[in-house]
Design a protein around this ligand. Structure first.
Ligand code: IPM
Ligand code: MG
Length: 354
């Protein structure tokens, strides 16, 4: 079996964490007897520098031809604070999501004992946190009509959702809940926003279907959810939400475990899937060999599980757990004797090869 993987390393620390992810992927392939064919392509600021386009057509073609896509990080400070920049690295990310039809972004959040002290939240509140956010990724205000008036004095963004867009991700989320602790919470703003009322009506109906009878379904306004995530995060199992709310609450959720450097994600659609760490390009650390590669390595595990290589995925997860337990970790997790990005990658590979 050969899997074709297109790799978009991107910007900042993207290339160095991706290098570790690919090493781990090669180790897992050797151990579990499958083959990997890697194809690199450009996205983000590096793509703008080389081609003038944050997502060249060649990249799209390579992603479409792949069994799965791995992405490092996208973003460069030279574009961040210039409101007049017409071309931005992030456009590459939004376009690849839309073009590949990646409508569901899945972000699991759990805590690790070694990190309890790193979390800004009290240990007793975060012990046992284990939830997953299903964020809609190709609709809503991100992709609606937008514009600025000719005099530059007003601007607008619109959020639009079709019932079919809600239905397809809701079913993925309910199916996930059935395989987990059987709880699903819809996060919306149905007391104010019309699209949220459509979400509520659509998801209420799905929740009432007999195949989801076992799922304990609830809904929560997003402002309350933002608070509950910090006050009582263990109450959540599957969270389902629209694009913009999902963007915000997943950043919030990422501080619960104590390091963003551990959180992987997958973005899935009808035929393609893309896997990426949820952290950004962290330009201050680029090229220093200090960034935590674990989120990328765990994204590789998620990718292998998507490709039905469950044993290989589990071996990677176990190796990451072992590294955490042995405190073989980068400086974001331990200031005493921190290891480099590549040392952590090598150590995890050795565990898998053993
Ligand atoms: C994310 C990021 C992106 C988003 C940005 C970089 C466009 O914040 O993946 O959460 O807003 O979706
Ligand atoms: Mg975000």
């Amino acid at each position: 079996m050969t899997y074709k993987i297109t790799v978009l390393s991107g910007d900042g620390i993207g290339p160095e964490v991706m290098e570790q992810g690919l090493k781990v992927l090669e180790s897992a392939a050797k151990k579990y007897n499958f083959d990997i064919e890697i194809n690199h392509a450009l996205i983000g600021a590096v793509a703008i520098d080389e081609t003038g386009n944050p997502l060249p057509d060649e990249t799209i073609e390579k992603c479409e031809a792949a069994d799965a896509v791995l992405l490092g990080a996208v973003g460069h400070p030279k574009y961040d604070n210039d409101p007049h920049a017409k071309i931005r690295p992030e456009q590459g990310l939004l376009k690849i999501r839309k073009t590949l039809g990646l409508f569901a972004n899945i972000r699991p959040v759990s805590t690790y004992e070694i990190l309890y002290d790193k979390s800004p939240i009290k240990t007793e509140r975060i012990k046992g946190v284990d939830f997953v956010v299903y964020r809609e990724l190709t609709g809503g205000i991100y992709f609606g009509k937008k514009g600025t008036s000719p005099d530059g004095k007003s601007a607008f963004d619109t959020s639009e959702y079709h019932v079919d867009e809600i239905d397809r991700i809701a079913r993925l989320a309910f199916d996930a809940a059935l395989k987990r602790r059987k709880k699903l919470c819809l996060v919306d703003k149905a007391n104010v926003i019309e699209t949220s009322r459509l979400w509520r009506a659509t998801v209420d109906k799905i929740a009432a279907e007999p195949q989801y009878a076992e799922v304990e379904y609830s809904s929560m306004f997003v402002d309350n959810a933002a608070m509950q995530l910090i006050q009582w995060p263990t109450q959540f199992d599957v969270i389902l939400t629209e694009n913009m709310f999902g963007d915000i609450i997943t950043d919030e959720a990422s501080v619960i475990p104590g390091s963003m450097g551990l959180l992987p994600s997958s973005s899935v659609g009808t035929s393609k899937a893309l896997f990426e760490p949820i952290h950004g390009s962290y330009p201050q650390a680029a090229g220093k060999n200090t960034a935590n590669p674990m989120a990328t390595i765990l994204s590789v595990a998620m990718m292998l599980e998507y490709l039905n290589q469950d044993a290989a995925g589990k071996a990677i997860r176990d190796a990451v757990n072992d590294a955490l337990t042995a405190s073989f970790v980068t400086e974001d997790i331990s200031n005493e004797n921190p290891k480099s990005t590549s040392d952590v990658g090598d150590w995890i590979c050795e565990q898998i090869n053993a």
